[in-house]
Design a protein around this ligand. Sequence first.
Ligand code: ADP
Length: 295
Amino acid sequence: MQLVIQNLSKTYGNGVKALDNVSLTIPTGMFGLLGPNGAGKSTLMRILATLQEADSGSAMLGEIDVLKNKEAVRRVLGYLPQEFGVYPKVSAYQMLDHIALLKGVIDNGERKALVEALLQKVNLWEHRKRRIAGFSGGMKQRFGIAQSLIGEPKLIIVDEPTAGLDPGERNRFYNLLTEIGENVVVILSTHIVQDVQELCNNMAIINKGQLLFAGAPTDALREMKGRIWEKSIAKSEVEHYNAANKVISNKLIAGRPSIHIYSEADPGNGFIGVEPSLEDVFFGHINGAHNTVAA
Ligand code: ADP
């Protein structure tokens, strides 16, 4: 099973082109959709989750036409939205039980076993009687994963799941995601490079509605090899370097700007060649220094 997206476009009423002719093939396993805020990630996720209409294009999940056969998609979909709204006064157990009922698990015994197993799986068993509204960000996300797993989904969409989580919560969430079966298409939409680095064997980068890269992170890194150069500069020099070079990132290290530039040849001038990171790949594409779309 794979998800094949072809020429998908979406323009909002205000004229914003959120998706511009996006074509992408997503195999089973963990797929990272990386892009800065406003790139069009949520628009794509909502269209695939049948919550929004595309203007044109197609998306096929195996034999299922995602844009036309919404009911069939919903039967095999697990969706964890960016903002997970919950009924404030309901406990984790009650809420999962309710969602399982809505998803068609009508047999009481079967539903009880399922809800209990899921609460164990996401490590919320001891909190099952607590109101979800009082949960930490990480606990809410783990609850979100539990509900998305009901019904043995074939497509799981997780939209910006780690934004706002502390490092410990993020790790627990990563571990949970890696336990999802290998035969499921899992799309993880995120602006956090580390999410993709730790979890995904395939990825795409989008910006301003356009696909800038699709492929394996290792291929992306290979393309950038020998082309990333670093230099520590004074704050007053930042403007100058921005004007003169393809600066792809500018980070403070111990209060002093450290810039990375993209250059196919040794730029000299005190720049030192560095091993590219996925962050270089991301900023290289986003900042327009290196724009090619892999097949
Ligand atoms: P991301 O999830 O990558 O942050 P979005 O898909 O939310 O990106 O947004 C892509 C672009 O579409 C942004 O410029 C955003 O402001 C715009 N946008 C998103 N939703 C709407 C909407 N309902 N109406 C108008 N513009 C929207």
